[in-house]
Ligand binder design. Structure first.
Ligand code: ZN
Length: 175
């Protein structure tokens, strides 16, 4: 197993759409390794969830750890969510040290696939639902600050700007 580098804001890959995963006998072992590496990477960074795009792979895969239980999902789809939103504090491994209050449904029903080709359905509440929805957003090229109310995002301007400056220093263009 190996730890994978986590892509951080404003890496443009974070705004890209991930593709559905199709498991074949040829790619199964590779996907299994990716899921193991994502799980290790997530836990090493004290994360609760991680989407493949965050380690530079544009595939609809998430890993998560709830109540000390690790799991993964392939091609997760939200079947249903509560109409009522709940506000809660959220962080993201692609935005180190940033915490923001985001309104999200307080429960969701998600359908997903496994490496064995099974289709499963699960219902999540509270912070678990928040995490799953956050990770599915990543697969659609959306990050949590996109979900913030405009006037609240204003207060993060400084933090986001210093992340941009650092990213530009680490990824110089024109060389
Ligand atoms: Zn995230």
């Amino acid at each position: 197993m190996s730890l994978l580098p986590v892509r951080v804001y404003p890496d443009p890959i974070l705004n890209q759409m991930s593709e559905d995963v199709i498991v074949t006998p040829e790619n199964r072992a590779e996907l299994e390794t990716l899921i193991q590496d994502m799980t290790e990477t997530m836990k090493a960074n004290n994360g609760m969830g991680l989407s493949a795009v965050q380690v530079g792979v544009l595939k609809r895969i998430l890993t998560a750890t709830f109540n000390k239980k690790d799991f993964y999902m392939l091609n997760p789809v939200l079947l249903d969510t509560s109409e009522r939103d709940a506000k809660g504090l959220e962080g993201c491994l692609s935005f180190p040290k940033l915490v923001a209050e985001i309104a999200r449904p307080d429960w969701c029903v998600v359908q997903y696939e496994t490496l064995d080709g099974e289709t499963k359905e699960e219902r999540y509440r509270d912070y678990d639902a928040r995490c799953i929805i956050h990770e599915i957003d990543h697969m659609n090229g959306e990050v949590f600050i996109d979900r913030m109310e405009e006037h609240k995002r204003f207060f993060l301007k400084g933090a986001l700007q210093s992340m941009k400056t650092r990213y530009e220093q680490e990824h110089p263009t024109g060389v």
